[in-house]
Design a protein around this ligand. Structure first.
Ligand SMILES: Cc1cc2nc3c(=O)[nH]c(=O)nc-3n(C[C@H](O)[C@H](O)[C@H](O)COP(=O)(O)O)c2cc1C
Length: 343
């Protein structure tokens, strides 16, 4: 397979490829009228017009065009570029053609001159671009008016090795600074945006066979918080302005192996780190709410949680109003070794 620049003669074939892909691949994620409008728009003339102001490539094998993609300036900017029209023939998807196309686009002069590359990604294409290192623009996982996700990638700059080392240090510092906070919280409400960021970090955790058995409910309504607090006995996290409640479903990952506990544990740790990263404190309250009093179950009843879910953990979220008391951790040599147990 070779990737080459489009020629005038390819416009019709490329238009057909795009239309077919829209109808087969994208139609699972978009309503029919929307797909029809896009199909109408992608005429050979539209492809030729786009190729006139972008660098438009096609992936060709044995004389057949199997994919296409373009890169051009982002709103006429010299230092920002955008990917456009990345499509792979539905019959050839999964062969790495999309990856090769995007890698080619990222080596194009429009990419090399840019500090940032944006992609308007379809719902269908989202996992692909995320795997290619594109992040949600401004950290927002939202669809725009065309039902596209705005993703972006910042291209490497010379000073980045230092920047990378600094962010690695910050991340490690954050891991070591996280500790259970059981003191009083400041009463200030936690913005929804922060709660969403924290929950997104939880949902980004790994899960056995990707079964994604963990679900979350954030509670920030003072009335509901009051009702929940009434059943938390002895009281914990009672001054926190928000709670994140962790739900799990015992779905088997494969055969009789259920990794639901591992799944929600990974999600909780991600959230504890995210909570710290955005400036709040928390504590993993699981023992308190899952013992014989069945506090978690009572909370689940109040929140309308279906029977197949268990409410297993509560994370308060808020700014600390008191000091944090880190517990002593055993020394490294007592718990970790190289090559053999006991070192
Ligand atoms: C599975 C699990 C359950 C926990 N349940 C509770 C709990 O019910 N109440 C509580 O105060 N802390 C609870 N914790 C927090 C631990 O006590 C805490 O993580 C531990 O003492 C270490 O302190 P650190 O978090 O500051 O590193 C729990 C932690 C885990 C991992």
């Amino acid at each position: 397979m070779q990737i080459r620049r489009i020629t005038e003669a390819d416009a019709k074939t490329v238009s057909e490829l795009i239309r077919k892909t829209l109808e087969i691949s994208n139609s699972t994620d978009y309503p029919k009228p929307m797909i029809e409008a896009l199909v109408q728009r992608h005429t050979p003339e539209y492809v030729a017009e786009r190729a006139a102001w972008t660098h438009f490539y096609v992936a060709e094998e044995d004389g057949r065009i199997l994919g296409c993609g373009a890169i051009g300036p982002y709103w006429d900017k010299e230092d920002e570029s955008s990917l456009f029209s990345v499509f792979v023939d539905p019959a050839c998807q999964g062969r790495g053609i999309g990856r090769q196309l995007v890698e080619t686009l990222e080596k194009d002069e429009f990419a090399l001159r840019a500090a940032r590359i944006e992609v308007p990604a379809s719902i269908t294409g989202l996992p692909f671009y995320r795997a290619m290192g594109y992040e949600y623009k401004n950290g927002k996982a939202v669809l725009d008016e065309e039902r596209l996700y705005r993703l972006e990638k910042f291209t490497k700059k010379k000073e980045e090795p230092q920047a990378d080392a600094d962010s690695a240090k910050k991340l490690l510092q954050l891991i070591h600074d996280r500790h259970s906070y059981r003191g009083i919280y400041q009463p200030d409400a936690v913005p929804r945006e922060d709660l969403q960021t924290i929950m997104e970090a939880g949902l980004a955790a790994p899960s056995g066979c990707n079964k994604q058995t963990t679900s979350l409910i954030a509670v920030d309504d003072p009335e509901i918080l009051k009702k929940l607090r009434a059943v938390i006995d002895p009281p914990v996290g009672e001054t926190a302005p928000a709670l994140i409640l962790v739900l799990t479903r015992r779905i088997n990952a494969y055969r009789d192996r259920c990794f639901a506990v591992q799944d929600y544990s990974a999600a909780i740790e991600n959230m504890l780190l995210a909570i710290k990263a955005v400036g709040y404190e928390s504590c993993w309250y699981e023992g308190h709410i899952t013992d014989a009093d069945r506090i978690g179950w009572q909370m689940a009843q109040m929140l309308g949680v279906p029977d197949e879910y268990d409410l297993v953990c509560m994370l308060p979220v808020g700014k600390a109003a008191a000091a944090i008391h880190p517990p002593r951790k055993k020394p490294f040599e007592e718990r970790a070794w190289f090559n053999r147990f006991g070192g």
